[in-house]
Unconditional design. Structure first.
Length: 311
């Protein structure tokens, strides 16, 4: 069996992939252009990919291909109709990054809520050295306890965030964009109620017909001016120009994003212009990528290959 990694660098170079060597011949490419894919897949039995487009144009030459493994949950880069026509199976991985994304949600929140950059710089700039008062009150922060936390998308990650937020003493409400029935143990509300009553709004939903451009100018206008908005779902759920305007005009207090409409970030993204760390923090799509989550992900895929081939 020949296993070909087409964009291995998307899972990092610190992850041990030696378990794959026991399955057969393994070839790893850091990145591959569509043109390179055509040549590289010719004699592959299994492809391990993340963002590579898989369709007739890219894998039409892969005569031995039996299985495509996606190192992610999303599979919008797969032409499933074409794969089915060819009799090629595919697998994705869900649930591997729940703890990592939930943890990063709170990392973004605490950075904004507690003005961490300001206080770090205050001390490192030696302004605290021989200060007159032992506590510095210039930048205020609030507790999560007693606040309302609104979650958009109550899947596995959304529920984990909800449970942690409850442990901090928050009242948690959620909105289902697809209109799914209420989940036991969680308080479901309509979209307007979530926006207008939440002190913190976090997005953990997939990108689909219900969520694309959900957070637009109209949505931000309904939020509290003191609210913090967090997006750990998918970039296009947010209209970035509208978020820029909401932050610039004080429609909302702050935003933390781990996902953008275009990744890596485009120089034309309006959010590039916001340099105030108390208003905005953007991390480069890293919420999923704790060492443990990436190791878990790649171990699951080894299991998927073993199971598919009956090894």
């Amino acid at each position: 069996m020949k296993i070909v990694f087409l964009d291995a660098k998307t899972i990092g170079e610190d992850i041990d992939l030696s378990a794959y060597d026991a399955l057969g011949e393994v070839v790893k490419y850091g990145f591959s252009t569509p043109e390179e894919v055509l040549e590289r897949v010719k004699d592959a039995d299994v492809l391990v990919i993340n963002k590579i487009e898989i369709n007739e144009r890219t894998i039409g030459t892969a005569q031995n291909l039996k299985l495509v493994c996606v190192t992610a949950t999303g599979t919008n880069n797969l032409d499933k109709e074409y794969l089915e026509k060819r009799g090629i199976a595919w697998r994705n991985v869900a649930g591997y990054s729940t703890e990592s994304v939930a943890q990063h949600t709170f990392a973004l929140l605490f950075y904004l809520l507690e003005k961490m950059r300001y206080y770090d710089e205050y001390v490192k700039d030696e302004k605290y050295v021989n200060d007159t008062v032992f506590t510095h009150f210039v930048e205020h922060f609030n507790e999560i306890s007693g606040k309302t936390w609104g979650i958009i998308g109550l899947g596995t990650i959304g529920r984990r965030v909800a449970d942690i937020a409850k442990a901090f003493g928050a009242r948690v409400i959620y909105y289902s964009a697809s209109g799914r029935a209420a989940q036991e143990g969680y308080e479901q509300v309509d979209f307007e109620t979530l926006l207008s009553t939440s002190d913190i709004v976090s997005v953990h939903a997939p990108l689909n017909e219900y969520t694309k451009n959900l957070m637009n100018q109209e949505a931000f206008a309904k939020m509290k001016k003191t609210a913090i908005f967090l997006n750990l779902g998918r970039g296009p759920i947010v209209v970035e120009q509208d978020l820029y305007e909401a932050l610039k005009t004080g429609e909302i207090a702050a935003a933390g994003l781990d996902v953008l409409c275009e990744e890596p970030m485009s120089e034309t993204n309006p959010l590039v212009k916001i340099k105030d760390s108390k208003k905005l923090i953007i991390t480069p799509h890293i919420a999923w990528a704790s060492v443990e989550a990436r190791n878990r992900l790649m171990q699951i895929i080894v299991g998927q290959i073993r199971e598919f081939f009956g090894m």
